[in-house]
Design a protein around this ligand. Sequence first.
Ligand SMILES: Cc1ncc(COP(=O)(O)O)c(C=O)c1O
Length: 484
Amino acid sequence: MGRNREVPHLYEKLAQSLAQAIASGALRPGDRLPSVRGFASQRRVSVATVLQAYLHLENDGLVEVRPKSGHFVRRRHLPAPAEPRLLKGPSAPGKVAVSTGVAALRESMRDAAVVPLGSAVIDPSLLPIRALNARLASIAREMSTAGAAYDAPPGLPGLRRQLARRSVGWGLALHEDEFLTTLGGMEALNLSLRATTRPGDTVAVETPTYFGVLQAIEDLGLRAVEIPSRPREGMDLDALESSLKLSPVKAVVAMPTVSNPLGCTMSDADKERLVKLLARRDLPLIEDDVYGELSFDGTRPRPAKAWDDGGRVLLCGSISKTLAPGYRVGWLSAGRYTEVVRRLKFSSTVANPTLPQLAVAEFLASGGYDRHLRRLRAQLYAQVDRTGEAIAATFPSGTRVSAPSGGFVLWLELPAQVDAYALQARALEKKVAIAPGPIFSARGRYKNCIRLSCGLPWSPRVENALAVVGELATLLAGTARKSA
Ligand SMILES: Cc1ncc(COP(=O)(O)O)c(C=O)c1O
């Protein structure tokens, strides 16, 4: 074409300016690049030029494409800390006692001066709270009687309609009558445990697992067997199988999609195996799917319930990790336990407040939810990544960190000398909350582990809080600080 190759193409210039933005830190790992169309019109170039620039950056390893989500700045290849070492075999059944350990964390949630790295809460600035509140206000204004009457189980039809519609995207196609609305995912879990067990029964749980599940088990007078979770693949099904032969398990609680605290997601094959394994023994699976929409790869993994043809899976979800935890809107699709959970809901909390359900139903119907989820996932991915970098820089050598497939928490195994409760107490003195490892175990394991939340946008306050925890951990470990 007779073109002088010394003169860069337009797409090369574009790629160069983006590469500079990445190098300067204006764009950080996990940040989403502008949309192709938006960037093209902003820079007054063709869509093809932008696409070529993005491809160029991709070939250079600076950018990655995530299906259905867009182009993102690639994670920097830090020397990845090793993943935590976890238990090998199942435990024997035993009592659960985590509530004392959880108390300090609960107390810290009320103190606005504390940097909340302990609770899995997303900063309100990342959530469409204003839009949701505006809907709630206009519903309250326009419908003078809205919210005044009991909304008896199974809960608001309009919300269940929206959940049924969304469930198609989860690969489930549940009917609205299959949903019960609940006070968050926590009530769904409690109702599921009550519907499937009696006090004294044994429940199998992953380890480590969300302390809320363990608290519910403790409060209902149940016993637990711990089934090890593999760092990336989730519950070890061989261990579960051998445990089911040995222990009189009455129900299994699992988080097959984006677990808490490890952030792992089971493969479809393992989800199917889990459901079939329990079906052969006619056992219920309580599936905690609260983080199901927050997978980093932009897809919505199917819940294990997608393989349930006997109504044995009780699917628990909520909007707490994606919209507004304070609205306390959750749901339960309980299969063959539908009638029992409706009865239990009525006898315990009677009904959900109506107004939040109406506002959430309208919000889900409005079509803005999926757009919000795409943005949120990208933002959380970036925050998890930055937190990982800060840990690599300031935590003691030998620290091992999880590699979550989604969500916004990191699980850390610290050097053996570090006592997580001592670290929690010292960090709280400096107004930083962390979640100590032992509350994620029925047996108080993980004494040298902690969970850190990455739900806050990156800021000097977060950076300092992490540095405080890293320094205290280094002090407790009695080792020199790791140099990044
Ligand atoms: C794994 C898991 N399940 C359930 C819940 C409870 O959710 P909700 O706030 O909707 O009750 C949480 C909250 O942190 C969680 O992390």
